[in-house]
Design a binder for this molecule. Structure first.
Ligand SMILES: Nc1ncnc2c1ncn2[C@@H]1O[C@H](COP(=O)(O)OP(=O)(O)OP(=O)(O)O)[C@@H](O)[C@H]1O
Length: 681
């Protein structure tokens, strides 16, 4: 029994339905230690026969038996294993992978062996030394001469320690000296107990082997033994294994580096889409945050301002229109309370219709209402502390509309206590304003008493805390609060009317604010509407509609950019597959499976995706920080707020896009017929 046996091999090519028989019944036996040359006329089918022996061609009739085992050409995985384990290929056109160094080319088959990393490198180095190219290990194939390239190809063919070396015209492109060198190496390979089968047109080359097989008209017409085959020892062989997934990533990375500038442009293009997504999300967060911030600083969104309903002159007998005065206050709740309650403190001058305690009880009894506080605002207040004065445009009682998060130090005012504004008041008293907490100060303002005479209301209170409102609309109001009881006691002492025109109604949940506002607006006595209730809800609602619209438009733009990014990767991958068709053929011939090839292209796409997402993140974070910095002079708020969630989302999107974009091209690459791929220019 011979090591390799071909039985009755028939092979035809078809052009449409027309059959072109090439091999018409080949029977051949080969033994290890032989150096066989196959001669024959051009187009006689020598390469076809080599592809059958090498396990690349699976469409033929007949059988190939290796070491007593008949090859199953239908079983693709078994054929991958056969090529990986038993075959080493040497081509006339060298077929080296251009983007890998000489050393890396030799390492390709070694990655499919059980050797560890250092053993693989050691073996690759010793093979390069054997072919005299150790000093060229770091070069790329295009930096080598033809003879050097062929010697790299020989080192690579030997790397996985195969039993059969197939050399398809290995000296066809070489000069006399290189031909001599290559033949000597091939002879030494046979001496190691391997079977060397070479296709040649040269009788001189053929004569250097141990046997010549002559092919004519699809059949063997001469089979001449020149000398004995070399004796075969019993040296242990390298074991092969599947290509680890990490190698695909490594190779993809090397290719990325090799075509760095081209790939960098693609990464930049892809990153633009991802950057848009990240920036728009960050802006969305920022704007939403800004609105919330403004709202929470200015007003408590769970509070409804309620005034007595007044018909306007313009509205005439029209039932539902609110008065001009109250309408204008509805733009902001604070403004609303400021105006309405301000008139409460000076009720006698403006004669605003007041809200009675019964009214308050009625509103308090409504479902969802947790509190209804009278709102007093005193205007033109002078604050005194240790001989220093400061003016307070409006002093309020601490009521439900006050927002607790404006208190920066201290606590809300209890009886006999006051909260003062940091910048407008506290700092004027003492730069070390925190030390004021616990100290007593006085507040004076003038108003009309019940007899319409100007009187001064004096409030003496202990400083409970310091407030500061950094919202951009803070200039509309100050944040000075005194406890309700303290204010009303002072008013009473000066005989000032303590009836109110406005109350602040607290609602249990934000979701109930709208309905309760409506409910209060519909309350009637003797068929007459009683109140005008205003919440910030309506204002925020309008603003948020615009924000949502803007966010949707931005999202649409981002989506378009993402589609462009995805198309970019698809096109790149298709181009890459086309440009690397030959490489795919080489890798398949070396024993890589369809899956390995698919993985190679997918990893490359994933590398592009991850780098794009990284670039997009860096630019978006940097750009965001810069934008926030530039805007800081206008408003001290971070308008671009990119969260960790946004970053993770962009990476996930990038991975999904690159995975989807790579799928079709990678599938195409994997499905390429290795023989056709090898024939690619
Ligand atoms: N994929 C193919 N489709 C159709 N015909 C093919 C294909 N590949 C090879 N042939 C034909 O099969 C015949 C044998 O080709 P093959 O390459 O095996 O010959 P060869 O002996 O190696 O030739 P050469 O010495 O010129 O390299 C040729 O006539 C060729 O045109």
């Amino acid at each position: 029994m011979s090591y390799l046996e071909l039985r009755d091999i028939h092979k035809s090519y078809y052009l449409g339905k027309e059959e072109f028989p090439v091999l018409k019944g080949i029977d051949l036996n080969f033994d290890l230690g032989e150096f066989v040359s196959i001669l024959g006329e051009s187009g006689g089918g020598k390469s076809t026969l080599m592809n059958i022996i090498g396990g690349l061609d699976r469409q033929f009739q007949g059988s190939v038996t290796v070491d007593g085992h008949r090859l199953d050409h239908k079983n693709e995985k078994a054929m991958d294993f056969y090529r990986r384990d038993t075959i080493g290929y040497i081509y006339q056109a060298y077929n080296l992978v251009n983007h890998l160094t000489v050393l890396d080319n030799v390492l390709i088959p070694l990655d499919m062996t059980t050797l560890n990393r250092s053993q693989r490198e050691e073996r690759a180095t010793s093979l390069l030394k054997r072919v005299g190219l150790l000093d060229q290990a770091k070069k790329y194939p295009n930096q080598l001469s033809g003879g050097q390239k062929q010697r790299v190809a020989i080192a690579r063919a030997l790397a996985s320690d195969p039993k059969i070396i197939i050399a398809d015209e290995p000296t066809g492109a070489l000069d006399a000296q290189n031909t001599k060198d290559v033949l000597a190496i091939l002879d030494s390979i046979a001496q190691e107990g391997r079977l060397v089968i070479t296709v040649t047109h040269s009788q001189a080359v053929a004569n250097s082997g141990t046997r010549i097989v002559h092919l004519e008209d699809g059949k063997i017409n001469h089979d001449t033994k020149l000398r004995d085959a070399y004796p075969v020892g019993n040296t242990p062989r390298l074991a092969s294994k599947l290509l680890p997934a990490s190698v695909a990533y490594r190779t993809a990375y090397k290719h990325f580096k090799y075509s760095f500038w081209r790939n960098s442009l693609i990464v930049i293009g892809t990153a633009i889409g991802l950057f848009a997504v990240m920036l728009f999300s960050g802006l969305g967060n920022g704007i939403k945050g800004y609105i919330n911030y403004q709202v929470n600083e200015m007003v408590n969104p769970q509070v409804i301002a309620v005034n007595r309903y007044q018909k306007t002159a313009a509205a005439g007998s029209g039932g539902s229109q609110t008065s001009q005065a109250t309408q204008s206050t509805s733009t902001s709740q604070a403004g609303s309370s400021a105006t309405s309650a301000g008139t409460a403190a000076t009720a006698a001058t403006t004669k605003q219709p007041t809200i009675s305690d019964q009214d308050i009880s009625r509103i308090k009894s409504l479902k969802h209402v947790t509190k209804a506080d009278k709102v007093y605002i005193a205007n033109g207040v002078t604050a005194h502390y240790k001989g220093k004065t400061a003016s307070i445009s409006s002093l309020q009682n601490w009521n439900a509309s006050a927002t607790r998060n404006t208190i920066k130090d201290g606590h809300q005012p209890k009886a006999g206590e006051v909260l003062i504004d940091r910048d407008a008041v506290a700092k004027k008293f003492n730069q070390n304003y925190k030390s004021l907490i616990g100290k007593t100060m006085t507040l004076n303002y003038q108003t009309l008493n019940q007899k319409n005479k100007i009187v001064t209301v004096k409030v003496k209170a202990k400083i409970a805390g310091i407030t500061s409102n950094s919202s951009s609309m803070s200039s509309l109001r100050t944040d000075d609060y005194v406890s309700t009881q303290t204010l009303t006691n002072a008013m009473k002492a000066a005989h000032v009317d303590t009836k109110v025109a406005s109350i602040a109604v607290n609602i249990d949940k934000i979701g109930n604010v709208k309905a309760t506002t409506k409910q209060i607006n519909h309350l009637k006595s003797h068929g007459q509407r009683q109140f005008t209730a205003t919440s910030v809800d309506s204002v925020i609602g309008t603003v948020q509609t615009y924000v949502s619209l803007a966010t949707d438009i931005l999202a649409a733009i981002a989506a378009i950019s993402l589609v462009v990014s995805a198309l970019m990767i698809i096109v790149t991958m298709y181009m890459s597959v086309s440009a690397r068709t030959k490489e795919i053929g080489i890798l398949r011939a070396l024993g890589e499976s369809k899956r390995d090839v698919r993985r190679l292209f997918i990893s490359e796409s994933l590398i592009i995706g991850v780098l794009s997402a990284t670039l997009a993140t860096v630019v978006a974070l940097g750009g965001g920080a810069l934008t926030n910095h530039l805007l800081a002079s206008i408003t001290n708020f971070a308008f671009v707020q990119i969260t960790l969630g946004n970053v993770v989302t962009v990476f996930v999107i990038a991975l999904i896009i690159s995975l989807l974009a790579a799928m079709l091209p990678a599938r195409r690459a994997a499905r390429l017929n290795p023989i056709d791929a090898l024939a690619a220019e």
